[in-house]
Write a protein that binds this ligand. Structure first.
Ligand code: DGL
Length: 261
């Protein structure tokens, strides 16, 4: 079915999910919205995040999408509040990741995300529901998503911030597994690997891309076109999106447009 997939995030972060989506679903047309004007969401309250997200979902509805992927962990913690508000399916990023962690039988890990995601306890609760013995080290950054959203990929500040958090996790005890529970973080995966190469980084974006593919396949909704396109809309600055598209080597870019919702 040749309708578009909608992908959304508070900013550029969800473009890290696009890497998996383009690999697994090269025939799909995708529209992306990043709300960089209001980024970060991870330091806001639940009601504000909910209202901002509803605006984006209405934009997706006007574009007649066949499915929306919430490429944001922070927004995904609130999935129960908007999942039945629209007549298209909405796939969050947390549930497929929890299923994956259960499948690979990891029982000792860190959840590194925004303050909102970590304090919501959604990852912790869903993981414990499946494995009561699992040991979880929670860690959040109030600044890293904003730095990345502003196009800062390589400064000493970004390196020092990542180093501080990885040191905290390592000091908290004996785990090698880190869930990158904020989609902005894999954009600077190279810095994580430089600072702490010994850790095993789990990318929820890839698990979400697999869940989107499964849903479309199981419901006969896959696109029959030869090659899909990516069109990006943002409330923020276009040049920051150009930088991330280039860094992540995203393909088939139609255009990047600044809009007001
Ligand atoms: N990219 C978002 C996430 O995965 C959050 C960044 C923000 O704080 O807005 O949680």
């Amino acid at each position: 079915m040749n309708r578009k997939i909608g992908v959304l995030d508070s900013g550029v972060g969800g473009l890290s999910v696009m890497v998996g989506l383009q690999e697994l679903l090269p025939n799909e047309d995708i529209i992306y919205f990043g709300d960089s004007k209001n980024c970060p969401y991870g330091n806001k309250g639940a009601d504000e995040i909910f209202h901002l997200t509803m605006e984006i979902l209405r934009f997706m509805e006007q574009n007649d999408v066949k499915l929306v992927a919430i490429a944001c962990n922070t927004i995904s913690t609130l999935i129960e509040r908007f999942k039945s508000e629209f007549n298209f399916p909405i796939i969050d990023i947390i549930s497929p990741t929890v299923e994956y962690i259960e499948k690979i039988k990891v029982d000792n890990l860190a959840i590194f995300g925004t303050e909102f995601t970590v304090k919501s306890n959604v990852y912790q609760r869903l993981l414990k529901d499946r494995n009561n013995e699992i040991r979880i080290i929670p860690e959040y950054s109030k600044t890293l998503a904003t730095l990345v959203d502003c196009g800062d990929f390589n400064s000493d500040l970004v390196k020092d911030t990542i180093k501080t958090h990885m040191d905290n996790i390592i000091c908290a005890g004996n785990t090698k597994n880190i869930v990158m529970a904020c989609t902005h973080f894999p954009i600077v995966q190279d810095i994580f690997l430089e600072v702490a190469p010994e850790l095993n980084y789990i990318d929820p974006g890839y698990e979400q891309a697999k869940a989107v593919k499964d849903y479309l396949h199981n419901n006969g909704l896959l696109n029959k076109k030869e090659k899909g396109t990516l069109n990006i809309y943002t409330s923020g600055e276009i040049d920051r999106y150009e930088k991330v598209v280039e860094k992540l080597n995203l393909k088939s870019l139609g255009g990047i447009y600044k809009i007001v919702l």
